[in-house]
Write a protein of this length. Structure first.
Ligand code: FE2
Length: 390
């Protein structure tokens, strides 16, 4: 009986805590699937919510001086209001233009039936006293295109931050995560801890991520969820996009061993996937966008001609015949954890630069040349290449 007052007090205390717990933004926001006319902004909250973005032109006026347009994630005319993952696409923007933005999530406290939604508190990653975030859409014309490539981080988020401590992210058009950023995907929390949170801390709220799936990210109980966190307009990891005169192909190498390897427990179907991707690639290289580009750069985690595993072999059978006829300037890969620069040969008619797991690649493309720097921790092991325009 003596315990009763204490239990009552504890109960009341927990009730107060529950009532007062405000909704929080737990991860992000990060920019993905940037184009010349739009971008997707991704973040998560600790409670289901109705979320939106407010957008303003670049400028020094107060963000709240006037009402700003709001953007929501919708499905067939309905705003998504009962989820913790928020992926909001903003379309209809102007090329090469800077916009300011703020994100908001209003908690859905109850939604028992029909459309009777009850709302609670609002969270924003950009409180009123802070400067709004900003992004710049990809340009249609640009004198210099620059980007950074990271790969094979395998969950070493602190190492990645250390490696990039001197990088001037604001000068980049995007950061390419070229596969195996995680060792496997077992949960949302692990995926964020392995590389996304660190990316947000460094750049990803303002500089877009371009994500190439690595074979390790095809592994794990959470692996099939990953596409939700890197949503593309057509639902595929493989993509094509352009900035100025440079056209980029982002390819997905799938797994490295045969689909029937015992390690995959019967769930791999990557031969068919690579064949489907090759059909998509055939169409890409026929487009005006691809043909008119001055430079063509490929990002692919597994270097098709470096190594003799099944994944390499099957990429040689599927995507390489197409790429070899498409005037590719350079391919950036990882996977081997060993640096190699592979001159064009009978299997690849373009150079393949394989970055190791200790360096980043900084690439700058202008009207005359492609300049590639490979840089290690504390600016060590620096290598530089120049490829003149063809
Ligand atoms: Fe790999």
């Amino acid at each position: 009986m003596k315990k009763c007052p204490f239990i009552l007090f504890l109960f009341l205390f927990l009730c107060i805590l529950t009532v007062k717990a405000q909704i929080k933004i737990t991860h992000g926001p990060y920019l993905y699937d940037m184009s010349t006319d739009g971008v997707t902004v991704v973040w998560t909250t600790d409670k289901p919510s109705l979320s939106w973005i407010e957008l303003a032109p670049d400028g020094s006026d107060s963000f709240y001086q006037q009402e700003r347009p709001k953007y929501y994630e919708t499905t067939a005319g309905r705003k998504r209001a009962n989820q913790t993952l928020h992926r909001i696409r903003i379309n209809g923007l102007n090329p090469g233009t800077t916009y300011r933005y703020r994100i908001f999530s209003q908690e859905v406290t109850a939604w028992t039936n029909h459309n009777y939604v009850t709302y609670g508190s609002v969270a924003s990653s950009n409180v009123y006293s802070k400067k709004p975030l900003a992004f710049t859409t990809f340009a249609e014309k640009k004198d210099e295109v620059s980007f950074l490539v990271l790969n094979d981080i395998h969950g070493r988020a602190d190492f990645m931050k250390d490696l990039c401590k001197d990088v001037s992210f604001k000068s980049l058009d995007f950061v390419a995560l070229n596969g195996d950023m995680a060792n496997s995907l077992e949960s949302e929390e692990q995926m964020f801890t392995d590389f996304i949170d660190a990316s947000v801390e460094m750049y990803a709220s303002e500089i877009p991520i371009v994500y190439t799936r690595g074979n390790h990210e095809t592994r794990g109980v959470f692996a099939d969820e990953m596409i939700k966190y890197f949503p593309t307009r057509d639902g595929h990891f493989y993509q094509m996009f352009s900035i100025g005169d440079v056209c980029f192909l982002v390819l997905d190498g799938g797994e490295d061993k045969p689909d029937n390897d015992i390690e995959y427990s019967g769930i791999a179907d990557f031969d068919r996937y690579r064949e489907e991707q090759a059909k998509w690639l055939e169409k890409c290289v026929q487009t005006e966008e691809f043909k008119k580009a001055k430079y063509r750069i490929v990002l692919l985690h597994i270097p098709p001609t470096v190594g003799t595993w099944h994944g390499n072999y099957h990429l040689q059978q599927t995507v390489m015949p197409i790429l070899n006829n498409s005037n590719i300037d350079i391919m950036f890969s990882g996977h081997t954890h060993r640096y190699s620069f592979n001159e064009p040969n009978d299997k690849a008619k373009f150079p393949i630069l394989v970055n190791d797991n200790q360096c980043y690649i900084l690439c700058k493309v202008d009207g005359n040349k492609i300049v590639v720097e490979v840089v290690g921790l504390d600016n060590k092991n620096k290598k530089q290449f120049e490829f003149p325009a063809k």
